[in-house]
Unconditional design. Structure first.
Length: 299
C-alpha cells in the first residue's frame, strides 16, 4: 500500500466514522435497527452537491445535508412511533422512498462536483500537498462531532434517551417520553449519516444515487469491530471505539482488496465487509473456539 493509498484510507475511514457514530446511536443507544441510512447517506451527498452547484457555500451546504438526514430519520421514527409500523420495515420504506427523492434532488443518477469549491478546497493554499491536510480536516470534523455527541448524551435529555433505549418500560414509568426520544435519536443518527455522505461526496467529487448501498453494514461493522477490540465501560470510550472500528474496517477492506493472492476486485468490497462482520460476530460468541482454530492454523 502506497502512502497516497494509506492516507486515502484514513480519509474514508474518518468520514465513515460519522456513519459509525450514527449506528452506535441507533443500534446501541436506542436499540433500534434502523435501515434508513441506506437512503440518508446518498441524500446528504445529493443535497450538499446540488447546493454547492447552485453556489451555496460548502459549509452551509454540508449543514443542510445534515438537516435533510435528520428529517429522514425523524420520518422513520414517526412511522414507527405514531403509526405502529415495525422498526425495520419503517426504515426500509423510508430508504426506498429516498432513492426516488435523491434522483429528484440531483435531477439524475449523479451530480459531479469536479471543479467546484468544496469544504476541502481551502486546503490548497497552505503550501502543503492536500493529501496530507485532507485527513487532518476530516479528523478535526469527526472528533468535534464525537465530543459533541458525548456531551449531548451526558445531558438530561441524553440520559433520558439512553434510558429509553435500555429499558423503555421503566423509562416510561419514570416519565420519559420514549417515543419522543426515538424521534430525536433517529433524527440525530441519520443527520450524522447524511453529514458523512456530504463529506464523502465532496471528498471524491460526486454524489451518486447508488452510493448508499451497504452503508448500514459499514456502520455496524465499525461499531462491532471497534467495541470488540476496545471493550468500553464509559460512553466516551465507546464512541472512540466506533471511530477506531471505522478506521480498522477500512484498512481491513483495503488490505484484502490489495492482497493479490486473494484475487479480489473493487466490486468485492461488500463481500469483504460481510465476511469481516461475520467473523467478528463469530469470534464474539465463541472466543474459545476461535482461539483453538487460530492455534490449530498456526501449527
Amino acid at each position: 500500500m502506497s502512502l497516497y493509498e494509506f492516507l486515502g484510507t484514513i480519509e474514508v475511514g474518518l468520514v465513515f466514522g460519522l456513519v459509525a457514530l450514527g449506528a452506535f446511536l441507533s443500534f446501541r443507544v436506542l436499540q433500534f435497527p434502523d435501515l434508513t441510512v441506506e437512503g440518508s447517506f446518498p441524500l446528504g451527498a445529493a443535497v450538499a452537491a446540488v447546493l454547492i452547484l447552485k453556489g451555496v457555500p460548502p459549509g452551509a451546504a454540508t449543514l443542510a445535508a445534515g438537516a435533510s438526514g435528520f428529517a429522514a430519520g425523524y420520518l422513520t421514527a414517526t412511522l414507527n412511533v405514531r403509526f405502529g409500523i415495525l422498526n425495520i420495515l419503517a426504515g426500509i420504506l423510508v430508504a426506498i422512498g429516498l432513492y426516488s427523492i435523491n434522483l429528484r434532488v440531483m435531477g439524475g443518477p449523479n451530480a459531479p462536483l469536479l471543479g467546484q469549491r468544496t469544504i476541502f478546497s481551502g486546503l490548497n493554499g497552505f503550501g502543503v500537498p492536500s493529501f496530507w491536510l485532507t485527513p487532518l480536516l476530516a479528523g478535526a470534523i469527526v472528533v468535534t462531532v464525537k465530543f459533541a455527541l458525548d456531551l449531548f448524551l451526558s445531558t438530561g435529555v441524553g440520559l433520558a434517551m439512553r434510558a429509553a433505549g435500555a429499558n423503555p418500560a421503566m423509562s416510561a414509568a419514570n416519565g420519559v417520553d420514549v417515543g419522543r426520544m426515538k424521534l430525536l435519536g433517529l433524527g440525530m443518527a441519520n443527520a450524522l449519516t447524511a453529514l458523512s455522505g456530504a463529506l464523502f461526496a465532496q471528498l471524491f467529487g460526486a454524489a451518486d444515487a447508488y452510493m448508499g448501498i451497504g452503508v448500514v453494514i459499514v456502520g455496524l461493522a465499525s461499531v462491532i469491530v471497534g467495541n470488540s477490540l476496545l471493550p468500553a465501560r464509559t460512553l466516551v470510550l465507546a464512541t472512540f471505539a466506533c471511530l477506531v472500528g471505522a478506521l480498522l474496517y477500512r484498512f481491513a477492506v483495503a488490505l484484502a482488496l490489495n492482497a493479490d493472492f486473494l484475487g479480489l476486485q473493487a466490486s468485492d468490497v461488500q463481500l469483504v465487509t460481510a465476511a469481516l462482520v461475520a467473523l467478528t460476530l463469530i469470534a464474539q460468541r465463541s472466543p474459545g473456539r476461535m482461539g483453538r482454530l487460530f492455534k490449530a492454523g498456526a501449527r
